[in-house]
Design a protein around this ligand. Structure first.
Ligand SMILES: NC(=O)C1=CN([C@@H]2O[C@H](COP(=O)(O)OP(=O)(O)OC[C@H]3O[C@@H](n4cnc5c(N)ncnc54)[C@H](OP(=O)(O)O)[C@@H]3O)[C@@H](O)[C@H]2O)C=CC1
Ligand SMILES: O=C1O[C@H](COP(=O)(O)O)[C@@H](O)[C@H](O)[C@H]1O
Length: 494
């Protein structure tokens, strides 16, 4: 019953875990934007499902502050809430899902009707929910697609168990594993930058590139919600998924076609060339309060009341990953992520090698191609020029594509909007395939186990800093050169 994506037929989007944080802050607002922009099938119904007994009006009351509503959109908003329903039920009793099924069926007039199930539920109820969907709620006259959110296990074994469980219930083409970084504009742009530009393709290799730095930084800590985080840590929360996904798009070979499976075949292939990360190639950190800071900044990770006082969970990590193939052998891919740092930033830095046979008396700096994912999408290439005017001095400058300046009229959609729309259209290009996940855990599980078994002590770094001072030494060790001499002149609007 796959591939019946015809938008004229009824579609039902069931949001399981509708009373939770993700639903409230992300999924309901996303559904609203897609509905508002007429991107969904006309006849789409939304059904929230959770244990909490509440009405649609109550769901609306809780979620409305997270939804942007522009003047003049009030009627469309009313139509959105009219298309919503809510069913209260347990996660583990089949009878409740049979009632949910009856509710969905009411809306499914005609020969064809499709169903999408979004699992915004904690991992503890994941198995029950999927079994009950399979047993009581599968579409009889259309497709059923299931969207799942991480964590996809916590190591190779638990992830495989989960994958086997899902494989017994659904076909791979029914499963949409969300890594929301794959929905971000500049992450989706990576393939275009690489494979639609002859200028980059020939130099994208070990002959020209010294190192690749992929960073994620957040300026806030766990803020009293460290309970979940503490059992996962930054390696599982960000590095094993978001950063590794970016790495595979930066490093993979050109796919045969743009077919999702051709792309994912290449992503898996490049991951298979990576050996498990070794302890010597990883630096882990944990933030401490900043005595000179304000409010939250004064609180270290261990001050969070939901975190065990002796926790050794990393809130920062830097790891060097090597790809053992002819394109990349010897080039460090540095993955770096952390919470409670000095800024919010996600970016990729492709740092080119020093110019051989330099005739400029050591003045030349390395070229760097920066793909800034957030905030403020941008692509810029740092390069050397003659300083303008009579002088013959060298100058560091850039070719700069800042999205907010170049594409003033274009709204960059949120990652979840793209991804949920992809599920309606049946495009799996930006979702994680089972074998990608398996490879990701193969690379990370040994070092995670070693860190945990040895209760490896993370190095402290101050809330609001750039991370542990040792991290810059590591960057230098992995052939990422920072000169500190580059100055960017922000273009003025107009
Ligand atoms: N289109 C645009 O919007 C453009 C914006 N810019 C902006 O100009 C500014 C400078 O450009 P940028 O590309 O960052 O170039 P820089 O070479 O100045 O800085 C690169 C990065 O190096 C890191 N760094 C700082 N100190 C050290 C150190 N001691 N050792 C190693 N790394 C260090 C910092 O990031 P970290 O703390 O993460 O390590 C810094 O952001 C940035 O704010 C950038 O966003 C520049 C060009 C275009
Ligand atoms: O998956 C996660 O991502 C968020 C950061 O997402 P972003 O889109 O705001 O960059 C992070 O805060 C969270 O810890 C992690 O689980």
């Amino acid at each position: 019953m796959e591939n019946k994506t015809d938008f004229q037929y009824p579609h039902t989007f069931v949001l399981l875990g509708a009373s939770g944080d993700l639903a409230k802050k992300k999924i309901y607002p996303t559904l609203w934007y897609l509905f508002r922009d007429h991107l969904l099938p006309k006849n789409t119904k939304f059904i929230g499902y959770a244990r909490t007994k509440q009405t649609v009006a109550e769901v609306k009351e809780k979620t409305i502050k997270y939804m942007k509503v522009r003047p003049g959109e009030e009627e469309t908003l009313k139509a959105f809430w009219d298309a919503n329903d809510y069913v209260a039920g347990s996660y583990d009793k089949r009878i409740d899902y049979e009632l949910l099924n009856q509710e969905i069926s009411k809306h499914e007039k005609g020969p064809l009707a499709n169903r999408i199930f979004y699992l915004a539920v904690p991992p503890t109820v994941f198995e029950d929910v999927t079994i009950n969907i399979r047993n009581a709620c599968i579409a009889l006259k259309g497709y059923s697609r299931v969207i799942i959110e991480k964590p996809f296990g916590r190591d190779d074994e638990s992830s495989e168990k989960l994958s086997d469980h899902l494989a017994r219930l659904f076909k791979e083409e029914q499963i949409y594993r969300i890594d929301h970084y794959l929905g971000k504009e500049m992450v989706q742009n990576l393939m275009t930058i690489r494979f639609a530009n002859q200028i980059f393709s020939p130099s994208w290799n070990r002959e020209n590139i010294a190192s690749v730095l992929i960073s994620f930084k957040e300026p806030f800590g766990t803020e009293g919600r460290g309970g979940y985080f503490d059992s996962f840590g930054i390696l599982r929360d960000v590095m094993q998924n978001h950063l590794l996904q970016i790495l595979s798009l930066v490093a993979m070979e050109k796919p045969v076609t743009l077919n999702p499976n051709d792309i994912r075949d290449e992503k898996v292939k490049v991951l298979r060339h990576i050996k498990p990360i070794e302890l010597k190639d990883i630096l882990v950190g944990q933030y401490v309060g900043n005595p000179d800071g304000k409010g939250e900044e004064t609180q270290g990770y261990l001050d969070d009341p939901t975190v065990p006082k002796d926790s050794v969970t990393p809130t920062y990590a830097l790891a060097a990953v090597y790809i053992n193939n002819s394109r990349w052998e010897g080039v460090p891919f540095i993955l770096r992520c952390g919470k409670a740092l000095n800024e919010r930033k996600a970016e990729v830095r492709i740092q080119y090698k020093d110019v051989p046979g330099d005739i400029f008396e050591g003045e030349t700096k390395r070229n760097e191609l920066v793909i800034r994912v957030q905030p403020g999408e941008a692509l810029y290439l740092k390069l050397m020029c003659k300083s303008p005017g009579m002088k013959f001095d060298l100058m560091e400058t850039e070719l700069d594509l800042t999205y907010s300046l170049r594409y003033k009229e274009t709204d960059v959609p949120d990652a979840y909007e793209r991804l949920i729309l992809d599920v309606f259209t049946g495009t799996q290009m930006h979702f994680v395939r089972n074998d990608e996940l398996k490879e990701a855990w193969r690379i990370f599980t040994p070092v995670l186990k070693q860190l945990e078994n040895e209760r490896f002590k993370p190095v402290p770094y101050v809330y609001g800093s750039r991370g542990p001072p040792e991290a810059d030494e590591r960057l230098a060790q992995y052939d990422f050169k920072y000169s500190g001499s580059y100055k960017w002149q922000k273009p003025t609007l107009g």
